[in-house]
Design a protein around this ligand. Structure first.
Ligand SMILES: [Zn+2]
Length: 259
């Protein structure tokens, strides 16, 4: 087998393992539980989960989505998060290659995944996620130490600034909190990772996807107007789309719109 395929397979396996860890973080951090101790237990019957029932993706299908002891349903979210992490890690490896930058982007995607799922369920972005994201972003910029840090700072200011203004505007228009401060802090992180160009694309893709998805959900009466909707998941989606397709979309725009 050649090195490229080997690298891709290792990356996907690492993605599955880290996706499994992401599930632990997503469940425990908002409940103020330690992410290292104790070992995983069934959330219904409390039995410890043996290692052979804790293999990413595989165990869920072997157990047919049920606890071995009490037969209660295991949420489909667990294999979904594992699969999503592995898929995005694989995409990064294919798009950016076997370079240190890819590992940096994988850490970015990991932060986006845990943030999106916690925000979706609990409507909060934990401070520890923000801290971890900022540390990962800055340590990458220091490691690469090329001209991208200026672009990164501008990206962070643009993203956080636009979200902050959108929050003020939303409050003035609808007289309620629409954008939380957690979203503004998350904007600092995505801006640092993406740089200014991809940040503008990220904002565009975030607001577009939020509008489209909310309209669809409203049409199917899954959300009511005036109810609070977490914004973190849309920012995560916009960031991932911009990371993979941003450059392409900018080229498209310059070539076909700017003639
Ligand atoms: Zn159980």
């Amino acid at each position: 087998m050649n090195d490229g395929w080997m690298g891709l397979i290792v990356t996907i396996l690492a993605g599955l393992a880290l996706g499994s860890f992401a599930n632990v973080i997503i469940y425990r951090v908002p409940r103020n539980k330690s992410i290292v101790r104790p070992r995983s237990a069934c959330t219904t019957c409390g039995n410890m989960i043996p290692w052979y029932d804790n293999i990413p993706l595989v165990s869920y299908f072997v157990l047919r989505g049920k606890c071995r002891f009490c037969k209660s349903r295991i949420s489909i979210m667990y294999p979904f998060v594992e699969l999503l992490t592995a898929f995005l890690f694989g995409m990064i490896f294919i798009v950016f290659g076997p370079v240190l930058e890819s590992v940096w982007y994988m850490s970015f995607v990991f932060i986006l995944i845990i943030t999106a799922f916690v925000d979706l369920e609990h409507m909060i972005i934990p401070q520890s996620f923000v801290n971890a994201g900022l540390i990962l972003a800055v340590s990458g910029l220091i490691t690469f130490w090329d001209n991208r840090w200026i672009s990164a700072l501008i990206g962070a200011l643009i993203t956080a600034g636009v979200l902050y203004l959108a929050g003020i505007l939303g409050k003035a228009m609808f007289n309620k909190e629409s954008m939380g401060f957690g979203d503004v802090l998350l904007g600092l992180i995505t801006g640092l990772f993406l740089g200014w160009k991809l940040s503008i694309m990220m904002l565009f893709l975030t607001f577009c996807s939020a509008a489209v998805i909310l309209l669809i959900l409203m049409a199917f009466k899954k959300v009511k107007t005036g109810v609070h909707v977490p914004f973190g998941p849309f920012m995560a989606l916009g960031s991932v789309l911009s990371l993979f397709f941003g450059e392409y979309l900018i080229d498209l725009y310059i070539n076909y719109v700017w003639i």
